[in-house]
Design a protein around this ligand. Sequence first.
Ligand code: NAD
Ligand code: DAU
Length: 349
Amino acid sequence: MKSILITGGAGFIGSHVVRLFVNRYPDATIVNIDSLTYAGNLENLRDVAARPNYRFVKADICDYAQVQRALADFAVTGIVHLAAESHVDRSITDPFVFARTNVIGTLTLLQAAKEYWNGHYDGRLFYHVSTDEVYGSLDHGGFFTETTPYDPKSPYSASKAASDHFVRAFHNTYKLPVVVSNCSNNYGPYQFPEKLIPLFINNIRHNKPLPVYGRGENVRDWLFVEDHARAIDVIFHRGRIGDTYNIGGFNEWKNIDLIRVMIRVVDRLLGRPEGASEKLITYVTDRAGHDLRYAIDSTKLKTELGWEPSLQFEEGLEKTVKWYLDNQAWLDGVTSGDYQKYYEQMYKI
Ligand code: NAD
Ligand code: DAU
């Protein structure tokens, strides 16, 4: 009987991974460890919460004793590690919490797994979920491949890069069986509305200004979150130990172009005249150290493991906008309380 520990399962991507694994592997126990920070929300998992193969443990990944206990209590055989502080703007305001969770938290999990498995590594795996931001920023040409040297530029990406290095160091030094993936920007249901796409959908709906950093010239490479979850499943089960896989959909968008498409879709679904919300576009001070462009080359994942994105971007965006419009109660739930304070301090518009 397999027992898979997923960290950060109450967050955006983690909730999709938990849902996929709970549904797909009824004979495995899926244990979700999450400390429920502002970004963690058990509502994201309401549909699987009562399943017999699902368990939730409220715990901090920086707490060695709690992690050790969970590994032993559930006889964990595999770990999918997603728990992190994930928002670049917050890392600019408070980098320390990023070092704590992303670096010390990852190190705590690695050490606990090493001690718990104690050299019996057969059928064991530590899967670390990382980001393309560790590779730095691209100019107008080229792609990040698995061999692109690390060059993180924000406190967030620096903390993720440090965690990736620890994961590889544990493989090299202690032979801990690990695999790492680095993915591009995700979008889809259950994303906390501090990130571009859900924030802007919510603001368009409420006729609030759309704060575009700089001139909106930065480029991001967008992937539907369920495709990321599928890639994690494929790599977890068939990836080569010690290897790294880039995940992305070859889907680059300049922010301002993406924002205009979003405006069209939201306006249409709300029955507003085409382009009615264009007037909400508000250029604001740029993000400090704003990376110009990310673009992922995921050829290795396609050729070696046969993974490809399932959705075209237009289809994924339409699905995503519909989900947020249909789930206003979810949005209201996560935008009450502290969110308002964050929003006022962050945007002042
Ligand atoms: P998220 O912020 O939505 O969720 C993070 C989750 O981790 C939350 O449920 C939170 O409660 C939990 N958490 C935070 N600190 C914790 C701690 N100390 N102990 C236990 N749980 C804790 O993040 P996300 O966007 O779903 O990202 C998940 C992972 O994927 C991260 O590692 C991130 O770096 C990576 N990633 C994200 C993207 C993206 O576009 N969002 C792209 C590539 C990689
Ligand atoms: O590339 C993967 C990364 O993608 C993940 O590792 C991060 O966890 C995730 O947050 C995301 O980082 P970004 O910084 O690219 O995502 P964000 O949604 O914050 O911003 C996307 C782009 O939109 C970026 O160029 C900044 C811009 N932006 C963002 C916000 C929130 C704006 O112009 N205005 C905004 O209000």
